[in-house]
Structure formats: C-alpha cells, structure tokens
Design a binder for this molecule. Structure first.
Ligand code: SF4
Length: 214
C-alpha cells in the first residue's frame, strides 16, 4: 500500500489490521490520531453553534455598513459563542466578504495585508519554536494565548521565556484576564498566527508519516 492510499484509507475507512503489516498499521494509527486531533482542534463542528446560521435575517451579515442590519449582525456576533473559531476560520480562508467573527470584510482584508510584516509576531514565533528571544510583557501574554490556541504545552514555551512552572501558570492567568481588554485587531492577529503554526505543525507531521510509509 503506498502513502497516498494510506492517507485515503485512514481518513475514509475503518482500519482492517489483518490486511496490513506492522509498519503500515503504525502509520494508519498515527494518521487516525492526527485526524481525530484535527477534529478536536480545528474541526468545523463549531459551525453548529453559530448564531448567524439560525438567524432568520442572514442577509444582514452582508448588508452595507449604513444599514441597520449591518449593526444588528455585528451585535449578534458580539454574543456568539464561537466568535473566536469563526475569526480563526475567516483569516485562514482569507474571507473578506461580509461580516465574520465580529469583523467586517474590510477589517479582515486589512489584517491579512499587514500581519506578515509584524515584527512582534515574528518574535513570538521564534519563542514558540523554542528559541530564547527577549519579549515585552504584552508579547509574552500574546505568546501564552497563542500556545493555548495551538495546543503547545508550557514545558515548551516557558523555558524559551526563561521561566519556571509557577511563573508560567501566573502568565497564563494574566493572559486569560487580558482577553477581555485586548484590542480586537490584536486578537485576530494572534488567531491568524496560531493558525499558521497549526498548519506548519500539520505539515511536519504529514512529512514524517508519509516518509515512514514510503
Ligand atoms: S461570530 Fe461568526 S459564527 Fe458567530 S454569528 Fe458572527 S459570523 Fe456567525
């Protein structure tokens, strides 16, 4: 069975271990784990909780800014339980049509234009890769929030910041508190970076498993 068949097999069918040899079974299991983990972290299940999906006036999300419907849609987004996931998805898909996650298409376009040039997030990315890089306090809090979005444990990022477990726990509490006051643009940029990192981690995993299957 070649690598491509393995991927299809693992994502579409239940495995049949009797028909595979031992290395092949390992690869299928790894792919299944990645698939389930992807469902847990980056799945589309959040859409089931989207307030706009059950709103009778869904056109409001595409209404011109001067109309009351535009403001109403923004207000609904403000109380939507999956706003973060929605923003994450909009940035990942480079969606600039209509309102998504409480941002207008213009705001998301602006974000997509500028985010790559942001030195602040380059620094954070280095820390998440385990490099000891000096960060400001807001950058440290942003780093901690991103690790939560990406699912990176404190044992990776805390040493890169030169701190221990207790200080890491304190930083996590501070980061959580700041979530309610952080500017919307900053939060979206953090989510965008988290998404980039998730994609990189997924790419690394795929490369390793396909090499093992070849
Ligand atoms: S945050 Fe996203 S999912 Fe929620 S109502 Fe707004 S556009 Fe819909």
């Amino acid at each position: 069975m070649n690598a491509t068949v393995h991927v299809l097999y693992a994502t579409v069918h239940e495995p049949e271990p009797d028909t595979l040899d031992e290395p092949e079974i390992d690869v299928v299991r790894e792919l299944e784990t990645a698939f389930v983990s992807g469902l847990a972290r980056g799945s589309q299940y959040w859409r089931l909780k989207a307030l706009c999906a059950r709103d009778a006036q869904a056109d409001d999300w595409f209404a011109p800014p001067r109309l009351a419907g535009h403001r109403r849609a923004l207000a609904v987004c403000g109380s939507c339980p999956v706003r973060s996931e929605c923003l994450d998805d909009a940035v990942a898909c480079r969606t600039t049509e209509g309102i998504r996650g409480g941002l207008t298409g213009e705001e998301i376009a602006l974000l997509l234009t500028h985010r790559k040039d942001d030195r602040r997030f380059d620094q954070i990315k280095l820390v998440l890769q385990g490099e000891l890089v000096p960060l400001t306090s807001p950058e440290k809090r942003a780093t901690v929030r991103i690790t939560q979005l990406v699912g990176i444990g404190w044992e990776v990022w805390a040493p890169a910041m030169g701190i221990g477990y207790k200080a890491a726990a304190k930083r996590r509490r501070e980061a959580d508190k700041q979530l309610t006051t952080i500017p919307k643009r900053d939060l979206v940029e953090e989510i965008a970076l988290a998404d980039e990192l998730r994609a990189e981690l997924h790419q690394e995993f795929t490369t390793v498993t396909l090499a093992a299957a070849a």
